[in-house]
Ligand binder design. Sequence first.
Ligand SMILES: NC(=O)c1ccc[n+]([C@@H]2O[C@H](COP(=O)([O-])OP(=O)(O)OC[C@H]3O[C@@H](n4cnc5c(N)ncnc54)[C@H](O)[C@@H]3O)[C@@H](O)[C@H]2O)c1
Length: 365
Amino acid sequence: MTSPFPPSSRPGGTVLVTGGAGFIGCAISTPLAEAFDRVVVVDNLHPQIHESGERPVELDARAELIVADVAEAATWDKVLADVTPDVVIHLAAETGTGQSLEESTRHTHVNVVGTSQLLDGLNRHGKLPRRIVLSSSRAVYGEGAWQDADGRLFYPGQRTSTTLDQAQWDFPGAAPVAMKASETFPAPVSVYGATKLAQEHVLQAWAKSFGVETVVLRLQNVYGPGQSLINPYTGIMSLFCRMAMGGKSIPLYEDGEVRRDFVLIDDVASAIVAGATSPQVQGEPMDIGSGEFQTIGTAAKLIAAHYGAPAPHVTGQYRQGDVRHAWADVSAAREVLGWTPQCSLEQGIDRLANWIDAQPGVKPA
Ligand SMILES: NC(=O)c1ccc[n+]([C@@H]2O[C@H](COP(=O)([O-])OP(=O)(O)OC[C@H]3O[C@@H](n4cnc5c(N)ncnc54)[C@H](O)[C@@H]3O)[C@@H](O)[C@H]2O)c1
């Protein structure tokens, strides 16, 4: 395969990737190794994601892995004594939305203090990079904006257990609209979302002061080959595959009509690599998704069909911290990064399911 970086457009230099041994980090490791002269990954191989504690085979062999915790000042003293990053890609995070409600200190510590320790370390060692790319999340929007019957936008806020217990899933008389960073006010409804928004604010305030470029990408639901098959707190698509693989009917929360923007890992990887390598960026947050919504019921039906499993069924259960609908308007990333999502949900589910089927020792859920 020819490299997407001919010598004239290859930025070269050093890229430092935090959390770079995870799902997204492994997926970007090969294009980064082609674009940069040196790729350094700082990752603590968190046991919730890395069951064996070993370096993942999916991480490109050219990436240097330093096993360390981003939230410790000593990590940055050790790493930055040797590494002078031109670009930093900050992926390391605690990512469980539901888990974050019960372990808010852990999420806040890793996501917020982990970001501030990285920035303090860069200052302490006088090694300010040219650019920092942050993988933020659609979770910063919470329920996002909705439109009332007269077409006026409003922010419905958080759904409460009172309405959810009555199976009132939507906001009556209103319709949801796509999330768009330049128009949708962030209003997180999970601790995870609040920490991702805090990461953005800490980074932007710091970077503007020091003239460091920022690329803040608010990712929708990322799925595909390489996603965790063991983390019980993330990865609805791999969980559904493992249920269908075992011949189970997939249970659907609420009424099965919850909307999500499922974006294949390949499309997310190309957006992050474009954010790290593109000659010019504009600094404001941008949304990364497929640009379309699908209901969770539709995704579950496609997965059930792939495995010949019984049809999914609606349970009427709900999960605190989940939002009703989410999908992105990706026009800013198209314009600024020249990036376009390429993969349909059908193609993506086939890719994911074929990859899961090829993994040794995968247990049905
Ligand atoms: N996957 C998604 O659907 C999605 C959606 C929106 C945003 N994001 C964001 O993208 C980023 C990467 O997500 P992912 O899906 O690759 O998750 P992941 O859990 O697969 O990877 C995260 C990596 O960070 C590492 N890590 C965790 N705590 C650390 C610490 N204290 N010090 C050093 N390393 C640590 C883990 O070991 C792991 O390798 C996160 O910032 C997440 O918030 C992901």
